[in-house]
Design a protein around this ligand. Structure first.
Ligand code: FES
Length: 167
């Protein structure tokens, strides 16, 4: 790891141990394959998002060009490049979910949380995003909140979900 550039982000001691364990899974010349799991680790540490300097940190940690880490971080919807609320609600609006009413579900969340897509509530409890297929089309419509899937969603479920998450 190159330490010439001072970055604000660094792995916690616990995560540094985890990161080293992750690295051991890959042959040295393929260490860039660890970008995905390391970005997950960063996102957990930062409570749901990847700051610019954390992406730079991973680039230095793996000794891979910054653009390679950034292109992974910006390609997958599971990574957030800006701060999100405690509960990050991702509504799938790809065709199978859309055919089963995901656009109405999205509107309902906007209405109940008083935010638009891409925004976070003032109390920082919820962020709302529209995303592409979550790979669970058979149970459309599907949403993902943090790491949990909610499938076969009905409009009536929305209020219950919000209430439960507020507890
Ligand atoms: S289209 Fe929504 S989960 Fe696949």
């Amino acid at each position: 790891m190159n330490n010439t550039l001072k970055l604000k982000f660094k792995f916690s001691d616990k995560n540094k141990i985890k990161a080293k364990k992750i690295l051991k899974k890959y042959p040295k010349k393929f260490s860039r394959s660890a970008i995905l799991p390391l970005l997950h680790l960063v996102q957990d540490q930062l409570e749901g998002w990847l700051s610019k300097d954390s992406i730079e940190y991973i680039s230095k940690f793996l000794n891979v060009p910054l653009i390679n880490v950034y292109e992974v971080a910006s390609f997958y919807h599971m990574y957030n490049l800006k701060k999100v609320g405690k509960n990050c609600i991702n509504v799938c609006t790809t065709t199978p979910c859309w055919l089963r009413g995901s656009d109405i579900i999205l509107k309902k969340f906007e209405q109940k949380l008083n935010v638009k897509v891409g925004e976070t509530t003032k109390d920082n409890l919820f962020s709302l995003n529209e995303i592409e297929c979550l790979g669970a089309c058979v149970d459309a419509p599907v949403i993902k909140i943090n790491n949990n899937y909610y499938e076969n969603l009905k409009l009536d479920d929305i209020q219950k979900i919000i209430k439960n998450l507020k507890r």
